[in-house]
Design a protein around this ligand. Structure first.
Ligand SMILES: Cc1cc2nc3c(=O)[nH]c(=O)nc-3n(C[C@H](O)[C@H](O)[C@H](O)COP(=O)(O)O)c2cc1C
Length: 406
């Protein structure tokens, strides 16, 4: 196999492996692919140690590093003060919710108060300084790629990578983001569909990849999200990708440090057992559905309120961009919906002018990001435009059946 990324990155197969485990990174690189170490959880010293180990185990073959530098850095982390300062920003409502869960599931309650008072480093904190140090440590090693996990690569990363002759990759979930990333200096785009494990957007890989390939050409694109077999890899190449970038598939390998119980759960899971939830970091991330994610979606969860507010904000934003009006949820809108006369199916057919039905509307809407799962009038699953009224609460995907407004 010899695609553009094989030639550019000196690899035998256009397969990039994202993993937090150095053994996975080295194994994939040694097998002719390209391992990428996720460095977000590491201190600079620990990263130095990991990269030195990889250097000693790949015999000069290419590998990369992925650092997470969000556009908006948490202020408490920026001010310092360690774990205590970070925990002090968590609301009482959140603590009460957590304490209730520990009790409900019969898990011994940790000493939250002691943790809040502690001034320990408290694990990885994403600060500008921290991220810069990780970039410096990475570039001091013979890496073949540096990736920015969230948002546009910071100018500092691009400058330093350019000076070191290292290409920059960026993960994106929309065509707009891809365009912005390329403008900011990304040399390789990872088009990550909503099927992906970890932080992810809503647009499916099948829809996203060709859209991004067309948007950023001639910049090469790797397809990501739900890719774990040769068939899916071949499909990605057919969509125009120059290769693939996989994450979840490595979690159950021998080389991965995934706890055995989690490996078992992952292997036993079906394609219906994952959920996109904000319960881990506040941003939507795909993971196995669990009691924890169920509780987070429940009415007592502090997350439910934030998610609803965020969804309304995003709905308004999408509407502003399209010059459409979005109804605030509430009695007025519900009343209007209930008063609207319901047509019989044969009346629908008559009412729809022939020729206005466009094929493929559901495959690619005017703006992929304006489509989302929604529970419409059928009560069955369909995908609809965001502003369609939803009445029953069951997911539905329906724009392929609707005439599009011109
Ligand atoms: C457990 C887990 C953690 C992840 N953490 C990161 C991360 O820190 N940085 C990043 O760029 N991508 C991260 N990802 C996303 C992967 O880079 C990749 O895009 C994704 O896993 C591809 O979809 P797949 O899981 O269906 O293969 C993570 C994925 C998983 C499964």
């Amino acid at each position: 196999m010899n695609t553009e990324v094989c030639r550019r990155f000196g690899i035998e197969f256009p397969l990039f492996a994202f993993s937090h485990c150095r053994d996975v990174v080295a194994a994939v690189t040694n097998a002719g692919g390209f391992g990428v170490l996720g460095a977000v959880a590491y201190t600079p010293d620990r990263l130095e140690e990991e990269l030195r180990w990889i250097d000693d185990h790949v015999d000069g073959r290419p590998y990369g590093v992925d650092v997470l530098v969000p556009a908006k850095i948490d202020e408490s982390a920026e001010r310092g003060g360690g774990l205590g300062a970070m925990l002090a920003t968590v609301s009482e409502e959140h603590w009460t919710f957590l304490a209730g869960l520990f009790e409900k599931y019969d898990v011994p309650l940790p000493d939250f108060e002691k943790a809040k008072r502690a001034n320990s480093p408290g694990g990885p904190q994403v600060t500008k300084k921290g991220a810069t140090e990780l970039i410096d440590v990475s570039l001091a090693h013979p890496i073949g790629l540096i990736a920015s996990a969230l948002g546009t690569p910071p100018p500092l990363m691009v400058e330093k990578a350019r000076a070191a002759g290292v290409p920059v990759a960026a993960l994106v979930g929309t065509a707009e983001h891809a365009r912005r990333q390329v403008a900011e200096g990304a040399d390789l785009i990872v088009a990550q569909g909503g099927e992906a494990g970890g932080h992810t957007g809503e647009i499916s890989t099948m829809v996203l990849v060709p859209e991004i390939v067309d948007t950023v050409a001639p910049v090469p694109v790797l397809a990501a999200g739900g890719i774990a077999t040769g068939r899916q890899m071949a499909a990605s190449l057919a969509l125009g990708a120059s290769g693939v970038w996989c994450g979840s598939v490595w979690l159950t390998t021998e080389e991965a440090e995934t706890p055995p119980q989690v490996k078992e759960k992952l292997l036993a899971a079906t394609s219906r057992d994952t959920i996109r939830s904000r319960s881990r970091t506040g941003k939507p991330a795909r993971q196995l559905r669990s009691a924890w994610t169920d509780e987070w979606e429940g009415p007592a969860s502090p997350g439910a309120r934030h998610a609803a507010a965020d969804d309304r904000r995003r709905g308004r934003h999408a509407a502003d961009q399209q010059g459409r009006r979005v109804r605030e949820p509430g009695r007025a809108a519900a009343g209007e919906l209930l008063r609207r006369p319901v047509r019989r199916p044969d009346e629908h057919r008559q009412a729809r002018p022939p020729g206005r039905l466009r094929h493929g509307a559901g495959v690619r809407g005017r703006r992929g990001t304006a489509e989302r799962d929604h529970r419409g009038l059928t009560g069955g699953p369909s995908r609809g435009r965001r502003d369609q009224a939803s009445a029953t609460g069951a997911n539905s995907r329906c724009s392929s059946l609707r005439p599009r407004r011109m």
